[in-house]
Design a protein around this ligand. Structure first.
Ligand code: SF4
Length: 336
């Protein structure tokens, strides 16, 4: 049976005008879908456009071109009222649990706020019961409801943020760098909590992160972004076993392996230079200024988005028929 696509993003562009005909191309022609019940990881360096995609999906940013279909609703063609109703089904968890919780509100007020905005409960008692239920679901307890955010650790605050995101019983959650601000020891706990909640509630996640190691643990499929564009997309296993795009290979080679023998024998791909400006991206392939395998064609033509294997998509000239011979020259890099 075909999988149900809960979210479809088609040729999405989001440009920000900087005046004087200057455009910041934060998201440039991105296409992917997310199946109901899966976790789709979106990774890349800061400033690559992944958070902009999250906010554009939510309708918080207008699109420049393309479209976003959530449960077959064209998000950017809805009226404000229709979008407000649809947003009940899509919620966000933010990166910084310190900044995203109002320090002057109690945990009860923070978690109740979306229920009040959407007038979910007529009686306060029912609303309070829902707050207690949510607190328990995220590993806190009802006694925490009357406390303030500063009384909690970073991990607990992120649990409060997760409880708030669940308050409207959404189908789809965009988790925007939800563990980046947390200690490494706490990151795994939050990832495990998200996995448990997904199983219990049948949630669908878009998990945005710059750390490929954590994304692997939670994602079914992963899309890799560079400078506003998707450069590779496949299942989590395939991406780690057979990364094709040189940028993905570089990201994976930077993940330390906790085995000193393997770590000593593996090669690292060190990216040269800085991430170019999205205001003035390189011609052709946007990765060419840092790519160790760049060829003449890479500066002239934008590589097409092609299926290079079973459900394995990549945008790189190395995988185009006409330059397959060049591919043979691509050094094999031992990154495992
Ligand atoms: Fe490197 Fe060229 Fe492939 Fe871009 S298209 S990743 S520059 S080989």
């Amino acid at each position: 049976m075909a999988e149900e696509k809960i979210l479809k993003i088609n040729n999405l562009k989001k440009y920000f005008s900087l005046g004087k005909n200057r455009m910041l191309k934060a998201v440039d022609d991105v296409t992917f879908h997310i199946n109901k019940g899966e976790t789709f990881g979106l990774v890349g360096e800061s400033g690559c456009g992944k958070s902009t995609i999250g906010r554009t999906i939510m309708g918080l940013y207008q699109k420049t071109a393309g479209n976003v279909l959530f449960s077959n609703n064209n998000v950017h063609e809805l009226t404000d009222k229709e979008l407000f109703i649809l947003q009940r089904q899509m919620q966000m968890i933010f990166q910084d649990p310190y900044a995203s919780l109002n320090p002057r509100s109690t945990v009860r007020e923070i978690i109740s706020e979306p229920m009040e905005v959407h007038q979910l409960y007529k009686r306060k008692k029912e609303q309070n019961e829902k707050v207690y239920q949510l607190l328990e679901e995220v590993g806190l307890n009802r006694e925490h409801a009357n406390r303030y955010p500063h009384e909690f650790s970073g991990g607990q605050r992120q649990r409060i943020g997760i409880a708030r995101a669940l308050a409207l019983d959404p189908d789809f959650i965009i988790a925007d760098e939800p563990i980046s601000a947390l200690d490494v020891s706490v990151q795994a706990q939050v990832v495990n909590l998200l996995k448990e909640l997904q199983e219990e509630k049948g949630l669908t996640f878009l998990f945005i992160a710059h750390d490929l190691s954590m994304v692997k643990q939670i994602s079914d499929r992963i899309g890799v972004m560079y400078l506003g564009r998707l450069v590779e997309l496949t299942s989590s296993e395939t991406l780690y076993e057979q990364p094709l795009h040189p940028y993905t290979q570089a990201l994976l080679s930077a993940i330390p392996i906790p085995d000193p023998d393997v770590e000593a024998s593996r090669e690292r791909i060190i990216l040269q230079g800085e991430l170019p400006s999205p205001v003035n991206p390189p011609s052709g392939c946007v990765f060419r200024t840092r790519c160790p395998f760049a060829m003449e064609i890479c500066g002239k033509e934008k590589p097409e988005w092609k299926e290079a294997g079973d459900n394995h998509f990549v945008a790189c000239h190395l995988f185009h028929d006409e330059v397959k011979n060049e591919k043979a020259k691509m050094p094999t890099v031992n990154i495992k």
